[in-house]
Design a protein around this ligand. Structure first.
Ligand SMILES: Cc1ncc(COP(=O)(O)O)c(C=O)c1O
Length: 396
């Protein structure tokens, strides 16, 4: 083993530990749900992106099992070599109808969709205008592209316009990219205004709907439906790893875009396709959402209820407009300690610190689920209050 490499890694781990930034990955001993067993402890789960409780649904699990029985457990190779399973072809068509777009291409995850699509579309000499709080997978895609990256102020169409005006003489292709729902703050991008500005400056648009999927829009169709912008956005990225309860990603857009990405996105060309179990489950989830909006409504009811509880206790839920509910603590170590004391009390909610969020805005991020009961949410809010008073975050 290389001694220098080992020493450098150990030194960095020591720094993360001292600054309260080191990560601990817990072990799940049960199916994920509104309550689950983590590190041997039964807890109310406020950590998962399982917005609709799909992970534990019997009909979805059965659809995944049927897919395994028919197609096996793996995909065998990249799609340009081995082809797609019939399930993927069906899922792409069904998802396109659900999203109201011309065509869809499935990727293996949201990260693979972003990091494969952006470098396929823009290159050296082109310009990407990127919200300063965009997700890491968008940032990685932007960096891989070698285009110039121009950050604009968070959710600020005016600042975007100023940046576009400053760079108007440059001849490269211009792409405006934004998260739909911001994963750390839970606020929603002002998509209609961003699209209007982009159009005025002949820039293409791309939105990442990871946290809008199953949450925003009619029956959870996502942010584009929420703002009635079907056909107005050039590239829509999504993930199946949150409300859809499995692992997978996709891009929706014009048939030309999809055909182009099949030929050009390196994460399509050089990484194997989604597994039959995931795709079988996705097909069933689209049906579940299309048939009824009950789960989406329950999610929003729970969100309103929990936020009101937390605010009445005196917590700061920041600028959240969605089920992503940050509880601002400020200091990294304090946020970590709060998360640990909550866990001891039977509530699982992760702390997030720098560099994931700004240095003085460490927080606990609470993720609501349609399947939480009022009793579970009351219990969580009470435990939050008790632990925060103990740590001097709230007055007793
Ligand atoms: C906004 C956003 N985009 C993309 C991703 C990546 O999705 P996946 O887990 O499917 O790779 C995430 C997940 O954290 C996300 O929050």
């Amino acid at each position: 083993m290389n001694a220098r490499l080992q020493e450098e890694m150990a030194a960095e781990l020591g720094r993360l530990e001292r600054e309260g930034l080191s990560l601990r990955i817990r072990t799940l001993d049960s199916e994920q749900g509104p309550v689950c067993t983590v590190d041997g402890k039964h807890v109310v789960n406020l950590a998962a992106n399982n917005y609709l409780g799909i992970i534990g649904r019997k009909d979805v699990k059965e659809a995944a099992k049927r897919a395994i029985d028919e197609f096996g457990v793996g995909s065998g190779a990249v799609k340009t070599i081995m082809g797609n399973t019939r399930l993927i072809v069906e899922a792409e068509e069904k998802l396109a109808r659900f999203k109201g777009s011309d065509a869809v291409l499935m990727f293996q995850s949201g990260l693979m969709a972003n990091s494969g699509t952006i470098p396929a579309l823009v290159h050296e000499g082109d310009l990407i205008f990127s919200d300063e709080l965009n997700h890491a997978s968008i940032i990685d895609g932007c960096r891989l592209s070698k285009a110039s990256i121009v950050p604009y102020k968070h959710c600020d169409p005016k600042d975007l316009e100023e940046k576009l005006v400053e760079r108007r003489e440059e001849s490269g292709l211009k792409l405006v990219v934004t998260d739909g729902v911001f994963s750390m703050d839970g606020d929603i991008a002002p998509l209609p205004a961003l699209v209007e500005v982009a159009r005025r400056h002949d820039a293409a648009t791309m939105v990442d709907d990871a946290h809008g999927e199953g949450v925003l829009g009619d029956h959870g169709r996502g942010i584009v439906n929420h703002f009635r912008l079907e056909g107005e956005i050039d590239v829509e990225v999504g993930t199946m790893s949150k409300a859809f309860g499995v692992v997978g990603g996709y891009v929706a857009g014009s048939r030309t875009l999809i055909e182009y990405l099949k030929n050009k996105a390196r994460t399509i060309l050089f990484s194997s396709t989604a597994t039959p179990a995931d795709v079988g489950a996705i097909l069933r989830v689209i049906d579940v959402l299309s048939e009824s909006d009950e789960l989406v409504r329950k999610l929003w009811d729970n969100t309103a209820y929990f936020k009101a509880q937390m605010r009445s206790h005196g917590f700061n839920t920041w600028r959240s407009e969605t089920p992503i509910t940050p509880i601002i603590v400020g200091d990294n170590k304090l946020a970590k300690e709060l998360s640990m004391r909550l866990f001891d009390r039977g509530v699982f909610a992760q702390s997030l610190g720098f560099p994931t969020v700004p240095r003085d805005l460490a927080r606990i991020r609470c993720m609501l689920c349609a399947m939480h009961t009022r009793e579970q949410l009351d219990f969580a809010a009470t435990m939050f209050r008790e632990a925060a008073v103990e740590l001097g975050i709230l007055r007793g």
